[in-house]
Structures are given as C-alpha cells and as structure tokens.
Design a protein around this ligand. Sequence first.
Ligand code: CA
Ligand code: ZN
Length: 310
Amino acid sequence: MKSKVNNADHFLSREFIIWDFSASHDPVLRVSSGETILVQTRDCYNYAIQTEADLIKTIPSSEVNPATGPIFIEGAMPGDTLAVTLISIETGPRGAARLYPGEGQLHDLVKAPYGRFFDVADGVVRMNEKVTFPASPMIGVIGVAPESGSISTMPAGMHGGNLDDNMNKAGSIVYLPVKHEGALLALGDMHASMGDGEICGTGIEIDGEVLIKVEVIKSVGTSYPVTQTADSWITHGVAFEDLTLAMKIACEEAAGLLVDQWGFTYEDAFIFLSVAADLGIAQSVHPSSGTVIAKMSVPSISACPTPFNI
Ligand code: CA
Ligand code: ZN
C-alpha cells in the first residue's frame, strides 16, 4: 500500500493494534530494511476520552496504550539491532492529560480525579487562556517482541515498550534489540508534549501519524534500547519501582558501549560519563506501581559520535 500523503513506502492504519509485545502475534505489515512507513497511532486511551465528563472516568490499564503493529522487518534476526528513525511526528488537534488520586509525585495534593484537554495547532500547545508553549511531539511506546513471553504495553523493558523518553521525537533514531525474526515492531502512546519524569503519569495524550524508517543493523546491540539525537546518544535503564537501580542500569549501558564500541577503559568511561554526560529521569510517576525509567545522555563527540561503531 503506497501512502498518497507523503510518498512513504508503506502505510499502516491505526486499525491494527496490539496490547502486548509478543512473538506470538501475526505481523500486519512486512517491510524491507531501509523502507519508510507512515504509521497511524491511536491515543493512549483508545479514544475513550471525548468529553469533559470522560476526563475523570476510570479506564482499566488493560485498555490503555494500544500500539500500532506489529511490523515484520525482513532480515531482522535475533542478535541484531533494529534502528527506527522517527522522521516526522504529526499530532492530532486535541490531547488530554489527567490526574489520578494516589499516583504521581504530587498525589497528596490531589483530592479527586481531574483532567483537562489541550489544543494543539501550528506547533503550539494551548493549555488555557494564559498558558501556551511549543508542542514537542514524541512517542511513548515503541518496542519489539521480547525474548520470551508476552509483555503488556504498560511497562517498559529491554524490549522497549512504554519507554516514555521525550527524546524519542522527530529526528531521533531508536535502536531496539531484536529477539525474534522480523523484530515485530509496534508503536503508540504519542504525546504532544511530556516533561522529564512525566510526574503525574500522563503527557498530553494524543493520536497522530509517525513517519518512520526501519533499518537492520547486523550483530551489534545493547540490553536496553538506545536513542540517538542530533547531538547525543541516550541509554536507558528500567526497574520496577526502583529509580536508583534504573539509574545504575542506564549508566552501565552507557559505559558498556563506550568500552565495547569505542575502546574506553571502564575507569575512563566512568570518569567521562561523570564529567561530560547527563544522568536523567525519563519516567518517575512515584509512587506508581509500575516501572521507572532512567536515561544517560552521552554527548556525540568525535571519540564516541554514535552508540555503535558501525
Ligand atoms: Ca506512556
Ligand atoms: Zn502516554
């Protein structure tokens, strides 16, 4: 199917979704390495929020985060890395953010469910009469079939999933570790904007269209996904309700790449990361009951311009 909109090699409608990452799903699209795909995504509430009244209704977590896919990439084999370039991200015209009593960094200030809509137009988000700010569209959920079993689209993990890194934006490349033939890529949970930490548990949840390019990189990889931006590359660490451990993993991933790919000693990687790289938080809704995500941003200098020396 050729998209008429932008000459992508393929088009994938938002009618094809999964609620968990698993090798058992039949692919809904087969593409070759190097091809482009225009992927439509649903909002994370699967369109359950349409009215002001809907903003405070309860939605079971099993009905959150539909991901469009899975896409089979020819030639992707276990041990390879799938590079997904986010060429462009176009949001719909309106998104929503919500508060849940008992969840998030400021949960003790919240007495009752609350939510609000945001209008998005011409690259600007409008919160209310006073508050407007630039849109910064990103993809919350992006992942491949995990090594074993099935993982819902709610947590993050080594397979990617709900990574909620706001650097997964237009122009970035997301590297995912392939565990099954074809990789079985799926993505969703677009945000018109989301801050580091996503402290209330939502970004500006919105639907949209993502133009991606997929490329198979043979025989290099990491344990967790890595994101490359114009001026940095970012490793991730994920842990269940344990931000300290998530940060340690993100640091270990970055040091591992500096040593394996760029010839650093562990001692010099340790020092370089301390003096030149930024440890940060992608996701910490504390005290939510899910995974928390740390990120280590390494500057793209000539000694280590990209995560992989290829
Ligand atoms: Ca998310
Ligand atoms: Zn989201």
